[in-house]
Design a protein around this ligand. Structure first.
Ligand SMILES: *Cc1c(COP(=O)(O)O)cnc(C)c1O
Length: 414
């Protein structure tokens, strides 16, 4: 197995991977999975990778599973990198690509980390998994738990869209919506208590309490490099909540560079909603990650990006800096306008969180941060059917008419 060790990002302590070890045994800090990159480099090459079938598990040597037989898969990853010619023209850009993560089994990129998280839990012999999530992570967890035949408890905020709750319940998860109030995020509090008390395996969307699942998001970066002919783009734009996706993406590029599969890494951009932007604020103000205060009264149409506690800011902010990237906010109007643009110019229906990256791109082009001749990849992270209520508010309902041609003509003339 190419995993060397788990290293605590807070106190530096090294651990051998062992059953059920999800946080640092010494300080409770977040663990990072460290691989034996020399051993990995000896096993995979551009040629070897190009021979393998697409998907998350194509990169088995760079994922934290000991045995292939423990893989729990629904066909995640291997998503297309779409040249967005219409949008590029509208934005007067040369090279714009969309990484279409809406094509994953449950319609968000979260299937990648959850496939890895559930597979690892299965390898540990888990019978029950539990998560705290604003929706997509819980949905993906529920689907993979169903596939693995294990129980899933999901603690979801009371404001989650009905369509997400429906998807979650359909996969058979036991869903609980704790009320707000008191100190801390109530969904996380309950998840941590359930883990300690009942021994259920915690697989939240953030990496702070599970070092394995964020590894799944690296595979987006691996795929992008191969899809661009073994080159990193100039910029990768990532809708950001807790910073887990961005941290995972960054690790992917740095690993590929270290193994010698690419030269140089892209500038990484975190896009947060104006109504919940703790990472952008900390990035700008230079706040040390462990001192970032929770965002008061988070509010945005991009529900998937509501993470008042940026659990993975400690890896996301240094990664943005190291890559020469930046962080920016977008408001709800900009996000909704991006949802429409994606759907109407490129045929991709995204949920608001999934389209936030495009909204950010527009702002960074207008501000002169990104040049119109740069190679840019925007990640479209979640599908539009996850939040039908918001979509319906943005469009006019169809007209009901008598089935007569004159009626049509009258309508279309008007
Ligand atoms: C979870 C999620 C993100 C990114 O969130 P992080 O907490 O930063 O990992 C982006 N878009 C969608 C649709 C999501 O569900």
């Amino acid at each position: 197995m190419p995993i060397l060790e788990l290293r605590c990002l807070r106190c530096g302590r090294r651990h051998r991977p062992s059953r059920g070890l999800y946080t640092c045994g010494k300080c409770g800090g977040k663990l990072d999975v460290i691989y034996d990159y020399e051993a990995v480099a000896a096993k995979i090459s551009r040629i070897e990778l190009s021979k393998r079938r697409g998907g998350v598990w194509k990169y088995f040597e760079l994922l934290p599973l000991a045995r292939k037989k423990n893989i729990v898969s629904l066909g995640e990853g291997g998503t297309p990198l779409i040249p967005a010619r219409n949008l590029a023209k509208e934005l007067k850009m040369k090279y714009l690509f969309l990484k279409d993560e809406t094509r994953n089994p449950t319609s968000s990129f979260k299937d990648r980390p959850m496939s890895v998280g559930v597979s690892k839990a299965v390898e540990f012999g888990a019978r029950t998994v539990v998560c705290a999530s604003s929706g997509n992570a819980a949905i993906a967890l529920a689907a993979y738990a169903a596939k693995a035949g294990i129980k899933c408890y999901a603690y979801v905020p009371a404001g989650a869209p009905e369509s997400k709750v429906a998807q979650l319940l359909m996969h058979g998860a036991r869903v609980v919506q704790p009320k707000e109030g008191g100190a801390g995020d109530p969904t996380y509090q309950l998840m941590l208590q359930s883990w300690k008390k009942f021994g259920w395996h915690p697989i939240p969307s953030g990496g702070a309490f599970n070092p394995y699942q964020p590894e799944g998001s690296k595979t987006i970066s691996y795929e992008i490099c191969e899809q661009l002919g073994w080159q990193a783009p100039d910029w990768v734009i990532v809708p950001t909540g807790a910073g887990t996706l961005l941290s995972g993406n960054a690790k992917g590029y740095f690993e590929f560079e270290q193994i010698g599969l690419i030269k140089g890494v892209p500038r990484l951009v975190a896009i947060q909603a104006e109504g919940c932007a703790p990472i952008v604020k900390a990035f700008r103000e230079g706040t040390p990650p462990y001192e970032i205060p929770p965002w008061p009264d988070p509010r945005t149409v991009a529900g998937g990006l509501i993470d008042p506690y940026p659990w993975d800011a400690d890896t996301a902010i240094p990664a943005i800096k190291r890559s020469g990237g930046t962080a920016e906010t977008v408001n709800d109007a900009e996000i909704l306008e991006a949802v429409k643009r994606l759907a109407r110019s490129e045929g991709i229906f995204a949920e608001p969180s999934g389209a936030a990256g495009l909204a950010g791109l527009k702002k960074l082009l207008d501000g002169g941060v990104i040049s119109r001749s740069d190679v840019v990849v925007v990640e479209v992270t979640g599908g539009g059917l996850k939040d039908v209520a918001t979509a319906l508010k943005m469009v006019e309902r169809p007209e009901v008419i008598e089935p007569k041609l004159e009626q049509l003509q009258k309508l279309f003339a008007g």
